[in-house]
Design a protein around this ligand. Sequence first.
Ligand code: HMG
Ligand code: MG
Length: 305
Amino acid sequence: MDAVRLVEVGPRDGLQNEVRSLSVDTRVSLVERLAAAGLRTLEVGAFVSPRWVPQMAGTDQVVSRLGQRPGVTYTALVPNLQGLDAALAVGCQEVAVFAAASEMFSQRNINCSIDQSLARFRPVLAKARKAGVAVRGYVSCIHGCPFSGDVSVSQVVRVAAALYEMGCYEISLGDTIGVGTPRATARLIAACAKEIPVVTLAGHFHDTYGMAVANIHAALEAGVRVFDSSVSGLGGCPYSPGATGNVATEELVYLLERQGIKTGVDLEQLIEVGVFIDRQLQRSGGSRVAKAMLTRQALTRPNVT
Ligand code: HMG
Ligand code: MG
């Protein structure tokens, strides 16, 4: 295995669920620091209703301020044409639509049924294609729903296949509430891979039950080569009560690099970004790798007075 592609979702999935809303300046600084640490795909915000997710207000300013950085892709969520138009207006290079495998989650998250959401995304895909903008697709609740419990594998496959068929270049499978286990993950990926190429699948694991790294390992074994993560394990989902953040990017980089799989990310620099954003949010860090490495650094560094 040569390389894995990382999609940093901290500035969106992370910040959307933090109690404190950060200024545009701080959000831009976070993204720029993450890119400097070597992350090449960054989800920097969401063109959604600020009434539903106030933390993502000002995404248009974030995208405008970031501009273009060679070799780096900035992307953002769009739930409908209104969101896509806002993204196109500020020159977004890539966007993502987000569906769910659970009816109740779909209603609570985007105020429509699964089929209504898929119908809503078709014109979004068509317009994005005309504008030369790539579209990624998410399927939430792959291993369970915070409101209705179990979700069937066939429902996940159906939604993933629909997003792929309408033109999403990659389908990110989201364990929104972090209830998955490695065997369930392997089974689900095998089922999806019967309908769509495994190279178009990505893993998006929240770490609520501490299973994210195990699930990533299972997904790697099943052929998945793209993973989403958030620096310092930021966030959760505003419509998923009790959900904690994504797997920390530090954990993902450590897992991969220590096994000889290249990520292109400088782990020490990434840990510094985690310290920066945790200070801004006045939260304690969510990465065990960062904690361990910072502790070791403090022990081995000569005292400077
Ligand atoms: P709605 O109320 O049904 O929308 O919300 P509407 O079309 O009836 O419009 C109502 C108002 O919203 C109008 O404003 C529209 O202009 C406005 P008003 O006239 O009342 O002033 N509106 C918008 N404003 C800004 N941007 C837009 C937009 N569209 C309409 N794009 C809507 C439907 C989808 C807008 C709403 O439900 C929403 O914004 N939901 C956001 C949900 C969200 O962001 N959830 C978190 C991301 S999903 C996630 O975290 C899971 C993931 O990480 C994977 C995983 O972990 O599983 C991806
Ligand atoms: Mg998520």
